[in-house]
Every structure is written in C-alpha cells, then in structure tokens.
Design a protein around this ligand. Structure first.
Ligand code: BGC
Length: 803
C-alpha cells in the first residue's frame, strides 16, 4: 500500500469522537418559546384536513397551483430533471413565477381563516442548484471530500443557497451525508468519503453555508435556505452496495460510521432530515404495529426505532423528518396510497409523486386518525415540527417568492464569482496518483493530443443530478459556459497546438509532445450506477467504450508518446493497467462544468513554473484488486473495531493500492512520484451465464422468482400483484384467471390513468446469453379494445441501462 507522509497533514479535518450510545445533539437553532407559543396557537385552530395538507409534499409534475390551494399543501418539490412545462432551459423568472403561483394559491386558500401557513418549495440542489439552467455546477461530493477543506464547503453552500434564492425556493435536499462503504453502490459519489471523519467535518460547514449561522438567525435572511441531511440511516451500508437494499450493520457501526454527518449537521442547525429508501435488518428495528398484515420489512421509512426513539427522542432532533420519493411504499405495510405505518413510525412529511397517491393518502390519513389508527398526538407532533421549521426560516415574514430580494436575479445564476469558486473546488479535488519522471506540470507550448471517451464529454464530468436525473442526456447547450477537458486544454495551448480525437483514429501521433487521455464512467444516478453482481471493479470490463479507453492507452504506449490520464469517476475503480500505461494519472472524480480547474493544475504557468499544486487527497482506499469492492479505512475512533461482515478487511488479500489520504504533489520525491509497475490482478471476472437452452418461466405463480407489480405514472415502485386473489390498485385492477385451462393468467383492467403492469426480479441477473436466441413469449387477449395507446416494453433495468 502506498502511503505518503503528506497524508498525515490533514489538519483541517478533526478526529471524530466515538459514541458508545446515541448522543444528545445541541442544535445551533434552539427552541424559542415565542415560536413554540405561536405554533401552538395555530395548531389549535387547524382542522385535521389542514394538518394532513401540511404533511404531504407532492411533485411539480403532478400538482397544479389550484390543487396546492385546494388541499392547502405545506410544500412541494421539483424532482430531478422535472422543470416547469418540461423546459430544461427555464430561466430564473419562470422558476420564480412557477413557485410564486403555488405560494399564492396556498396563501389565498387561507383567506377565510384567522391564520395562514406559508407554502415552501424544495429542490435537489446537491452540487450547486443543479436542476436549474445556468446555475453553477460544483463537483460532486466525492471530489469535495478529496479537497479536505471545510472552508471551501461552507463557501459552496453559501453560493448554492444564493442561487436557490434566485429561483424563489426555500429548501434544498442537501447535503447528502451518507458514508458509502461499497464501491458498487451507484450513489457512492454523493458521499464526501467512505470515511466518517470527512463526512463529520463537512456536514456542519455545508449546513452553515446553506442556512447561515444558526445562532444568529441567518436562516431568515433572503440568501439562505433550509438544509436537509440525507438519507437517514445506513444508505451507504447496504449489503453488496445494492441501492435501496438492506443494511445489516451492528448498531455501533450505524452510530459511529453511518450517523457521523448527522451529528455535526444537526449541531449546525440542519432543520430537516430525509429518510433513506434502504432498510436496517436488525431485531432492534422492531415492528411498531405487529399483527396487522405483512410483517415489517425493516425499511427505514417505517422504523419507529431509528426515527422516533433514536433520532427524535435520544438525539433530540426537533426539526422535520421527511420520506424520500414515494419511499413509504418501500415499507411492507404501506401501499402507494396508504402511508399510515410510516406516519406512525414518526415521519412528518411524505414526499408523494403521483396525484392518485397523494389524493388517496390525504383522504385515508384523515380516516386513519378518525379510526384511531394514527393518534392525533402523532399528527400534532408532525405539524408542530413543520411549522417550527417554517417559522425558524422566517417564512411568515418573507414576502411572496417573486418579491424576495434575490428572486429572478438571473445574473447571479452561474455568476463569475460562483464559477470561480467551482473552478477552485475542481483544482482542490484532483488527486494525483502517479507522476513518473515529472511529466506534470505540462509546458504551455506543447502540442497536445487529447483523446479517450471523456475527452470532450460533458456528461462524464457533470454526472447524475445535472439538469436531469441520470444526467446522461445533458449537452453543452444545456450548460452554457461549461467546458469539457478538451475545451479547457485548447484554451491553454491554443487551437493550433491541440488535436481532439476521442476514439484515437489518428494514425500518426508523432506530431504531438504529449497525449492527455481522458477516460471515465458514463453519467449515472441512483439505480443505474450500481455495479452488477457479475461485474468486478475492473473499469475496462464495465462497458465496451471503457474497454476502448484501455485499448487507446495501450496503442499510445506502443507509439511511445508520453501519457497523462485524467480519470472521471464516481468511485475508485480497478485501473492497475491504465495506471501502468500512464506517465501521470489523475483522479478527477465528477468535477462538473469547470474543467478549466483541471488545466489550472496540469499546466505550468507562462514562466514554466507550477501554477497550482495538487492538494487533493484520497478520501478512500484505492483498490488493488478487482474484487476489493468494500474496503474502507479502519476507523481509528472506534475501539476494538471488527470489520463488518459486509465489508472486506483492507489487510491481506484486499490490501489497497493507495491509502486513505494518499495524493502526490509537485513537491513529492521522485521515488514517490514514479509509482512502480503495479502487478495486474489476473483473476478472471466470474461470469454467470445461464444456459440459453433453458426456458425461463415468468408468469408462473408456483415457482415465481419474479414479482408482478402495478405502477402509476412517475413512480418507481409498485403494488404487488397477487396470483391468488384480485388486486385493486389506484390505477388498475387485476384478477388471477385460468387461461385455456393450462396456464396461469391475469385479467387486467386499466382504470383510465397512465399505468404500468410489469414483471421484475429484485436481484439483477445476467441474461446476456439469451440475446441471440431468446424470445419472450406470452399471450394477450384483448377483451375490451383500449381507447388509448397500450405499449409493451422491455428494460434491462429501471431506468433502462445502455451497455
Ligand atoms: C432521491 C433523493 C432525492 C429525491 C427527490 C430520490 O430518488 O433518493 O435523494 O432528494 O429523489 O428528488
């Protein structure tokens, strides 16, 4: 394992304390007797329906201003990539007008009441105000973690809050304070580090940047917004890195590894917490209403233990707790239209996407209160918390969104100062892994060939959560002012000294002094980015285009040109050969739009001197072997730490290539810079290829490994279809029938709304061997001709994933 002396000098990151029990956290925003009194007065006058309205948070695409007013909703969100009228280029004025229309409708709805409750708008500003055209795009958290600078994080939080204010919004679902422990998880990059120390050090400054200084009431300023630490708890600790999977960690690991960011984030005054889609499979995570229907499946949204007992009672969090997108539906005891179990677990706000679902929850929750299933005290606790957060954010005193100080100030979105900050963040996030013979810094007068799949690819730099959910379809037109690495290099060396050839079609490379090879992962967000069980961490085996990157490096090496590789990725991957073939190798993570921050460091200044040194340090262990999927630094703050079953010991077989804190600089010694040839891991990736001669029974209720589910528009989960009894979902009715006396079949009735019926398998399976010979065979009998289109589709995953 390569260790540098410099790794010991991480002075800005303070050691993390150990907690033997759940600590009580004192928030910078304490209880205020006047606020509590006002809340109690309003609560007293509210009807049950008004209370439930506060607790439901629909989504822009499934809510009109008129509905927001009619139901007196407390908040709404715009989900990833969802914009007014589907226009990705919506400007600040249009965003403000949209938010304003909802605010106004809710305001008017209280006209005949002796009180009013302001509406608030939430968004996912997770690396800048990333759903908004022209906003500054900062590096994703994984890169920020490498920068090791809490001060930088605070300034990014502040800039992001200002840009959110420009669009009239009140609340961001950030920071993500996950501590991802398995590189296969597709949300790995949303975490600052695999190590709780960095997450702990960063959560507070990010919350302070977003919300301002809690003690000085800065959250009420027009330039600050409500922060949300997410996703409570153990989202980064699921078995095999499965997105939304179950974490089986010991409680001590939850408390000292996965909860670290919450302690500092809440101490800094974070006012909201989002509950994870994942579960905690542990007997302490008890079923709070046993005996009613299916057994509780440990999903966090239903965890009374971790939400009420731990978070609210022991830690003492007094802000609001909300579910993730339709996450009530992950809980066995809930349906899309019934969130009673989740409310009883302690959730205050339900993020519900589909109109039919929120309509149902709105009615059913009231009924459940009347029937005594949900205690009125629970509803009052939820609404008290919601109103408390709104009051602490000064929402009663703030004018309507369009009249706020920064609203509509388009010139602040992506302004020069914020872009300069993003560029600084990029510079600081780069980790230099190798610099043989001092190939870097590059002289400006060089003739540069720039190649590789990421040479001129903005999506690989910006990653998921960038104007779209998966980020895979954004273009340079969507990101004005952005530069790809090729553009940045060209602006340094000049058009005539630079040739961009992403796939290396050039035959003659003699005309160049150096090749910059930009390679890296395609953009992804949740679900799509998770590495499947039949893959290892081997970059070149993940996709054919990544294999081509390795081929390019081999060809260039043969031609004898000096190679500087820049690697964009949402996680460390196995790249031993790529490093061996390169003279210099830079881990650039997902830097965003400001590739100029990369050239700032790669190139010397006009006088041939170092312009900026590398300061980034690994916030991870870098794997030496293809199967070192879950290696992590041994947490020094946990006494007698035992590596959990779902992680791998970093000693012995899985000893990493580079240690936590590793990162070369221009001052590193030549022995440090010239990384020796790294032995290749010869282990062949185990490929499970089922025989294509077998048939796969899909609609077979006896041996059914598949689940049939019904799904509404815009939701990612579904209602389970039963093969023994009828199933009545909001959008569809199904009935098991015997078809032609031989087969199991379903009779399906669509109820007039967009609806899907689908079959899926919970675990990803490799069916590539069926591609050439396979056919999916089933019969459809149309009993009543449809009056709207009916589509058949086949996905390899949700969302569908290109190879
Ligand atoms: C993600 C959250 C996000 C929410 C709203 C979910 O799918 O897990 O992180 O805040 O969507 O867009």
């Amino acid at each position: 394992m390569r260790i540098l002396h410099s790794e010991l000098k991480l002075s800005e990151i303070k050691p993390l304390p150990y907690f033997a029990t759940w600590p009580k956290i004192k928030s910078a925003i304490g209880l205020d007797a006047r606020i509590e009194k006002r809340i109690a007065e309003i609560l007293d006058q509210m009807t049950l329906a008004e209370k439930i309205g506060q607790m439901i948070q629909p989504e822009l695409a499934q809510l009109t201003p008129e509905e927001a007013g009619r139901y007196k909703f407390g908040s709404a969100l715009n989900g990833a990539g969802i914009t007014p009228n589907g226009n990705r280029h919506t400007n600040a004025h249009e965003w403000v007008a949209t938010v304003d229309a909802y605010w106004q409708a809710v305001y008017e709805a209280f006209a005949d009441r002796p009180f009013h409750i302001p509406f608030m708008w939430a968004t996912d500003a997770v690396h800048g105000h990333n759903n908004v055209f022209r906003a500054t795009i900062f590096p994703h958290n994984i890169g920020l973690g490498a920068a090791r600078s809490p001060d930088l994080i605070r300034r990014i939080g502040k800039a992001t809050a200002l840009e959110i204010s420009v669009t009239g919004m009140d609340w961001t679902f950030a920071p993500t304070v996950t501590t991802p422990r398995d590189y296969r998880w597709g949300r790995h990059y949303e975490g600052y580090s695999e190590d709780p120390e960095i997450v702990y050090a960063y959560a507070a400054p990010m919350v302070e940047g977003l919300q301002g200084d809690g003690a000085n009431n800065e959250l009420t300023d027009p330039a600050h917004v409500i922060a949300c630490v997410k996703h409570w708890l153990g989202d980064g600790g699921t078995m095999h890195g499965i997105d939304r999977g179950n974490c089986r960690s010991h409680e001590d690991v939850l408390r000292n590894i996965h909860a670290a960011g919450y302690y500092s984030g809440l101490a800094a005054g974070a006012q909201s917490i989002m509950i994870s889609f994942s579960g905690w499979e542990h007997p302490d995570n008890y079923d709070h209403s046993p005996g009613l229907g299916a057994p509780y499946n440990y999903k966090m949204a239903g965890s009374r233990y971790l939400i009420t007992d731990v978070l609210k009672n022991q830690i003492g969090f007094d802000g609001l707790v909300l579910t993730d997108w339709d996450a009530h539906f992950e809980v066995a005891r809930c349906t899309l239209g019934n969130a009673g179990y989740v409310i009883n677990a302690g959730v205050d706000v339900l993020m519900v996407s589909a109109r039919k679902a929120w309509q149902s929850i709105y009615e059913l929750t009231q009924q459940q209160v009347h029937d005594g299933i949900i205690p009125m005290a629970r509803i009052d606790d939820a609404v008290t918390r919601i109103l408390r957060v709104k009051m602490r954010a000064g929402l009663w005193d703030k004018p309507r969104p369009s009249e706020r100080s920064y609203a509509g100030r388009e010139e602040l979105l992506g302004c020069a100062a914020h872009r300069a900050l993003a560029r600084e963040a990029v510079r600081k996030s780069l980790v230099l892994l190798k610099n043989a013979n001092g190939v870097l810094p590059l002289a400006r007068a060089q003739r540069v060939l720039i190649t590789g799949s990421a040479a001129n690819n903005i999506q690989k730099q910006t990653g998921g959560w960038t104007l779209s959910w998966q980020g895979a379809d954004v273009t340079l037109e969507d990101l004005p002012g952005a530069s790809t690495l090729a553009m940045a290099v060209r602006s340094v060396v000049g058009e005539s000294h630079c040739c961009v050839d992403s796939t290396l079609e050039l035959i003659n490379t003699d005309a160049f002094d150096v090749a910059i090879v930009a390679i890296g992962e395609d953009s992804y967000a949740e679900m799509r980015g998770t590495i499947r069980p039949w893959h290892s961490l081997e970059y070149a085996k993940l996709k054919t285009s990544y294999a081509r990157d390795l081929q390019i490096l081999r060809e260039l090496k043969q031609r004898g040109i000096r190679i500087v590789t820049v690697f964009f990725s949402g996680r460390p991957l196995y790249v031993n050969e790529e490093i061996n073939l390169s003279d210099a190798f830079v881990a650039a993570w997902l830097p965003g739009t400001e590739a100029v921050g990369i050239t700032d460091v790669l190139f010397a200044n006009e006088h041939g001197e170092v312009a900026y040194d590398f300061v980034g340090r690994l916030g991870h262990l870098w794997p030496r072997r293809k199967h070192s999927v879950a290696i992590n630094r041994r947490p020094p703050h946990i006494p007698h730490f035992v590596v959990p079953d779902d992680e791998q010991s970093a000693v012995g077989e899985h000893e990493p290539l580079f240690s936590y804190g590793y990162g070369l600089t221009y001052k590193s010694t030549s022995a440090e810079r010239n990384v020796d040839l790294i032995p290749l891991d010869e282990m062949q990736t185990h490929e499970y290829v089922p025989s294509a001669t077998q048939s796969l029974p899909i609609l077979d209720h006896v041996n059914n490994m598949y689940r049939w589910r019904i799904m509404g528009h815009n939701t990612w989960s579904g209602v389970d279809v039963s093969f023994s009894e009828p199933c009545d979902a909001l959008t569809m009715h199904t009935e098991p029938i015997n078809y032609l006396g031989v087969r199991d079949a379903l009779k399906i009735r669509f109820k007039g709304n967009v609806s899907f019926i689908f079959v899926h398998y919970d675990v990803a399976v490799d069916y590539r061997s069926f591609i050439a010979t396979g056919a999916i065979q089933f019969d459809v009998k149309v009993l009543v001709p449809p009056d709207a289109p009916l589509y058949l589709a086949c996905h390899d995953d949700y969302p569908s994933q290109p190879v």
